[in-house]
Design a protein around this ligand. Structure first.
Ligand code: COA
Ligand code: AMP
Length: 644
């Protein structure tokens, strides 16, 4: 494959930066750490006494809220916009300056401290895309409380699992979220989840939205405005560099979500470095990440990184289409003079579907936009090409995970815009040494497909462990190939060092850029009294990338009509996992394809459903079952394009 000839640079500057890190990582990160404010500077960057659990800047003292808010006020930038809140679903817009943000955050932090929230206590934030959610996150950071933001599209049961696991002292929430087709009542979901959880918070603070107020329980709930009104400002507390800033739960292979722990110092240092070097932004440039604060992309690039670097952040409470139409993104870009947009490819697929000829972007002044960044799932060439043609800016695909908190590999336009190769996420970022390993942990030759692993230590800003689950972190990521962190992705590195991310190596699927566990679906489905066993796979979907599909075997003697069982499981998943699972494909089969040792052949099933070529594994228990699976899919009218 050849590098496309275009006006991008040769890669020499990137190589110089990458090599400077590789040659002396300690020096690289200590110098990078100079760009942020410390109460006490760290004496060194890397602490490796507890390897393979590494940590960064442990003996420094720092505060995220200070770096994201107060220092800008201190530096005379208090009146500059920090947040542009734009909510097409409510018709509201608001600009919040650093000064206003500081006032709000200091009060909410003060309110929490007055009610006994101490550094290290957990606080769950279950809130929609409103400025108060950012206030809540920063208020936790101000006093050293560890926040755990839970995405609003999860069901009460998922929230309950997180409450039980991280045992929050307080929960900050809102009366409702707003989806284009409905108002999502948060409060009944919150009440139900607290009821289900085996831990109860001391208190809940509820932000009452104009559109719909919630009924409060006076023994536990406090109205946000009352809470704020009673509170006294508190200053930013100096915290150790390795103090946990937040826990963010993500999907693993089982139904139990993994609580990724992000330490404070490395988080601030790494995010600060990325805004200039990866995203090419100068202070004052408007940055818009069209995602949700409940995901890692929202944590890093709606909230923390732009605020730390003095980039006004757009907080958009809407969708790419339907609020009101497929021109929403172009309106926002032109209205706020957005310099860089970051979103998931699925958002662009949704827009492209409604405006294939790109007529809408032409109606807006998009001349301020310099770059589009995509991540969260594999970017398909059609979408990249459509975006490049109609926006006339470089489209940068970059790859990262909840665990890493920032890009593992990408095209660092702030250093230099590298030549791109179709299908590749370009080159590793400083801090990451990526290898492709075979089953024995040997480094594979260029072009060979294997497990993508990162040489330890991971850089600052990545996870330090999983919340109260060191063993799970070690077993899941560090033990398979000692000295490496295993990403869970499979891919290739070519002869020029370009990285290609091809698929997951585990049972995680990616639905509209959202990471979901097939194991979690299976745990829910097997609770149905008629279901004996099941297997859930991800099948190709033009809009969302993948959709979950369940293959279900019924108990012998089951007399419930099959259609009823399908209806039941669809609503069970919505109720237990949440609407975000987008689950509606279920197929009833007589048996599941398995190896002779009993392992379910999920990837073979996915290939059958996607119409991809496959070889029947020699270990299959009974080859006839392949035909049965195809028949079952045809029976429900599923359009398989059989190439076998
Ligand atoms: N609270 C409650 N419900 C939510 C929700 C939230 N915060 N976010 C989504 N949902 C619900 C939706 O209302 C929908 O429910 P429905 O079944 O009643 O219609 C369901 O979850 C699925 O939502 P969504 O994934 O948004 O699908 P969609 O079909 O409504 O929209 C896209 C499709 C492509 C427009 C949408 O998925 C999108 O904007 N994706 C961008 C993804 C993204 O930002 N990923 C983050 C990684 S960078
Ligand atoms: P999450 O932790 O939810 O951000 O999901 C991380 C996973 O999404 C990665 O491990 C990949 O499987 C996938 N992913 C993220 N970005 C990309 C990308 N640019 N290309 C391909 N896959 C990606």
């Amino acid at each position: 494959m050849t590098i496309q000839s275009n006006n991008r640079k040769s890669g020499k500057i990137y190589q110089a930066v990458y090599q400077s890190w590789l040659h002396d990582p300690e020096k690289f990160w200590m110098q990078t750490a100079e760009a942020v404010d410390w109460f006490r500077k760290p004496s060194q960057a890397l602490f490796e006494q507890k390897a393979p659990f590494y940590s960064w800047f442990d003996d420094g003292q720092i505060n995220t809220c200070w770096n994201a808010v107060d220092r800008h006020v201190e530096n005379g930038l208090g009146e500059q916009p920090a947040i542009y809140y734009d909510s097409p679903v409510t018709g509201h817009k608001r600009t919040i300056s650093y000064h206003q943000l500081q006032d709000e955050v200091a009060k909410i932090a003060g309110g929490m401290a007055a009610r006994g929230v101490q550094p290290g206590d957990r606080v769950i934030i279950y809130m929609p895309m409103i400025p108060e959610t950012i206030v809540a996150m920063l208020a936790c950071a101000r006093i050293g409380a560890i926040h755990s933001v839970v995405f609003g599209g999860f069901a009460a049961a998922e929230l309950a699992v997180r409450i039980s696991h991280c045992r929050p002292k307080a929960i900050l929430s809102a009366s409702c979220g707003i989806e284009p087709n409905r108002v999502v009542d948060y409060k009944p979901l919150l009440d139900q989840s607290i009821e289900l959880a085996d831990h109860k918070p001391d208190f809940c603070v509820i932000f009452q939205r104009d559109i719909q107020a919630a009924t409060l329980d006076s023994r536990r709930d406090i109205d946000w405005e009352v809470f704020r009104g009673e509170a006294k400002d508190v200053p930013c507390l100096p915290l150790a560099g390795n103090h946990a800033a937040y826990i963010l739960y993500t999907s693993g292979t089982t139904g139990a979500p993994k609580g990724i722990v992000r330490p404070t110092g490395g988080h601030i240092v790494a995010l600060q470095w990325t805004m200039k070097n990866i995203y090419g932004l100068n202070p004052g440039d408007v940055f818009w990440t069209a995602s949700d604060l409940g995901w890692v992309v929202g944590h890093s690039y709606i909230c923390y990184a732009p605020l730390i670097c003095g980039n006004p952040t757009v907080l958009y409470e809407g969708k790419p289409v339907g609020t009101p139409d497929a021109s929403a993104f172009w309106r926002v870009i032109s209205e706020y003079d957005v310099k860089a947009l970051f979103t998931a490819p699925t958002a662009f697929r949704a827009i492209k579907r409604q405006d294939p000829d790109g007529a809408l972007p032409r109606q807006f002044d998009l001349t301020g936009l310099r770059t589009l960044f995509l991540a969260g799932e594999r970017a398909d060439p059609d979408t990249i090409e459509w975006a490049e043609r109609h926006l006339n800016v470089p489209v940068i695909d970059h790859w990262w995970q909840t665990e890493t908190g920032w890009a593992i590999a990408g095209n660092p336009v702030g250093i230099e815009c590298l030549p791109v190769k179709p299908g590749s996420i370009t080159l590793p970022m400083p801090g990451y040494e990526i290898s492709i390993l075979d089953e024995k942990g040997q480094i594979m030759a260029p072009g060979e497909l294997g497990t993508i692993a990162i040489k330890l230590p991971l850089p600052p800003g990545t996870l330090s462990t999983m919340w109260e689950a060191d063993d799970r972190y070690q077993d899941g990521y560090l033990s398979q190939f000692p000295g490496y962190y295993v990403t869970g992705d499979a891919g290739i590195i070519d002869e020029d060092g370009y990285v290609y991310v091809m698929s997951r190596t585990d049972d995680v699927i990616n639905v509209a850029g959202h990471r979901l566990s097939t194991g979690a679906f299976e745990e829910v489905l097997t609770r149905h009294p008629d279901i004996a066993e099941c297997a859930v796979i991800g099948v190709k979907d033009e809009l969302k990338g993948q959709l979950p599909m369940a293959f279900i075997c019924l108990n012998s003697g089951s007399i419930t009509p099959r259609q009823q069982i399908v209806t039941d499981v669809v609503s069970l998943v919505r109720q237990k996992i949440g609407p975000i699972a987008a689950f509606h494909l279920a197929v009833i089969v007589e048996r599941l394809p398995k190896t002779r040792s009993g392992k379910i052949l999920r990837s073979t099933m996915a290939k059958i459903a996607d119409g991809h070529q496959f070889k029947v594994p020699p270990t299959i228990d009974d080859p006839a079952i392949i035909g049965e699976i195809k028949e079952a899919l045809l029976l429900i009218g599923y359009p398989i394009n059989d190439q076998n």
